[in-house]
Design a protein around this ligand. Structure first.
Ligand code: GLP
Length: 243
């Protein structure tokens, strides 16, 4: 695990975009694992800048998003599909048929989850997986105590996660879905590189636990300690509790 403390939210996004750009320049058919959430916005802004400046070409790139709320359609502005379109996909030349986001609506969840993992395998696995971190240590929507041998699955959201994410639903907790579909820890650990981002003082306590505490399913983000190629990018506020 490599940890870098950068000056600001924008600097974290720039560094994450540089890592992804480097991967794409080395392999034009790179497979990117993508995250949603406020933290990742600076990464997408930097990647869009890189595309517009001709520094990166997404034509051959395939993407797999980590997660989606159950019961939200991709046209719902609160869905992660809408977030991805708004913040990233509409601004770059990724081919729509190479974009994968778990579906929030489904007739057969078991099949949809197995299909998602199979598609990742068929694409050759994920080269770089971007991760945010929830205040309870979740990655994707793998809440504390999720078994690490699970692939993509449907999960109930923790109360804290729903309260935190209510800000994306105009503060209306009742509107936050109770469940989500997420890549599992097994799926995430298979990625060839992990890039975990955290900014802000509200992430300082969980970052200290995830990076320096026990490696445990109680803190899903502690997987960065055991992955063979994990990069953690922090701003000074998120790094404040690290010794
Ligand atoms: C959300 C998402 C995660 C995200 C994390 C942090 O609930 N499921 O994929 O990375 O929590 O979000 P934020 O960056 O907004 O703090």
């Amino acid at each position: 695990m490599q940890v870098e403390i950068l000056d600001s939210f924008q600097a974290v996004g720039r560094r994450a975009a540089d890592v992804m750009g480097h991967t794409i320049r080395a392999k034009s058919t790179a497979v990117l694992g993508l995250a949603s959430g406020m933290t990742a916005v600076a990464t997408y802004n930097a990647l869009v800048d890189d595309y517009q400046a001709g520094r990166v070409d997404f034509r051959g790139v395939t993407t797999f998003n980590l997660d989606e709320y159950v019961s939200l359609s991709k046209t719902d502005p609160h869905s992660f599909a809408a977030y991805m379109h708004r913040n990233f996909f509409r601004w770059v030349n990724i081919s729509p048929d190479r974009i994968h986001i778990p579906q929030g609506y489904c007739a057969n969840w078991d099949r949809a989850c197995a299909d998602y993992d199979q598609k990742i395998d068929q694409a050759g696995g994920i080269d770089v997986q971007l991760l945010g971190i929830g205040r309870n240590g979740h990655v994707g929507f793998n809440e504390p105590n999720t078994p690490w041998d699970w692939g993509t699955h449907v999960t109930a959201l923790a109360d804290q996660t729903r309260r935190d994410n209510a800000r994306d639903f105009e503060g209306n907790l009742d509107e936050v879905p109770s469940h989500a579909i997420t890549m599992g820890i097994k799926t995430i650990l298979h990625a060839r590189q992990l890039v975990l981002l955290a900014v802000g003082a509200h992430k300082a306590e969980i970052i200290a636990k995830a990076l320096t505490g026990p490696v445990t399913s109680k803190v899903p983000a502690s997987i960065v300690q055991i992955h063979q190629n994990a990069l953690v990018l922090l701003d000074p506020l998120a790094a404040a509790h690290l010794k």
